[in-house]
Design a protein. Structure first.
Length: 239
């Protein structure tokens, strides 16, 4: 059997990492102390801009990390996904198998499948159900499609590690779709204004916060275990 492309002389060591929010940048920095990491602000323009900026730093691979919306109703919050492919704009972009292996795709507590890219925030459970029926994708995010397309154009490999936050069966409050700033933070004024108009959103936001906490804890535990793998340590440390 041929050796995998994870041997010491071929394994990537200069990842460029794209995520959605500033909070996720802070979360990932201890695990990837030397990597270029950027937050899209959960906007299409931000994802395109930050992916281009990452490529300009000269990485030997691109990675997409962070939270994702669940589309498969069988996947609860905290499910770790290292997808085989990203589906975006009618195209399918295959994730690099060696990077997937380094990120832990073969672990029993990791789900594969296909991740769906969306240019817009998907709030309603009915829309999640429609997308799942049409695409059979396990989860959805707003960054990985842009990263996958630009990685292909640049001729460098890419992979994705995402954790399900909001499950497929739960709708998000309207505030969740309008409070993210282009720099990846929160627009507190917009949040307060949305809650003033509709205070009933508070319960939904509390539930979303709990899901996000579970998802980040699951990612932290997954990364902590994966950091004992030599190829992952080399990728993370840049050595």
């Amino acid at each position: 059997m041929a050796e995998r492309n994870t041997s010491e002389h071929l394994a990537p060591t200069r990842p460029g990492i794209l995520t959605g929010l500033k909070a996720e940048v802070k979360f990932l920095r201890p695990a990837f102390p030397h990597a270029a990491i950027a937050a899209s602000g959960a906007t299409s323009a931000g994802a395109q801009r930050e992916t281009a900026r990452l490529i300009a730093t000269g990485p030997d691979c691109l990675l997409s990390f962070g939270l994702a919306a669940g589309l498969d109703p069988a996947l609860p919050p905290g499910t770790v996904i290292v997808p085989q492919a990203v589906h975006a704009w009618g195209e399918t972009f295959e994730c690099d198998p060696d990077l997937r292996h380094i990120l832990g795709a073969t672990r029993p507590d990791c789900y594969g499948g296909t991740l769906l890219h969306s240019d817009d925030v998907v709030l309603e459970a009915t829309e999640k159900a429609r997308l799942f029926a049409e695409t059979h994708c396990a989860s959805l995010d707003m960054e990985s499609g842009f990263m996958a397309r630009q990685a292909r154009e640049a001729g460098i490999p890419f992979a994705v590690l995402r954790v399900v936050c909001d499950p497929a069966t739960r709708s998000l409050p309207a505030a969740a779709g309008c409070v993210l700033s282009p720099k990846g933070g929160l627009k507190i004024g917009a949040l307060l204004a949305s809650l003033a108009r509709n205070p009933s959103q508070i319960a939904g936001l509390i539930a979303l916060g709990g899901d996000a906490a579970r998802a980040r804890k699951a990612m932290q535990q997954f990364l902590d275990r994966q950091r004992t793998v030599q190829a992952f340590m080399r990728l993370a440390s840049g050595n």
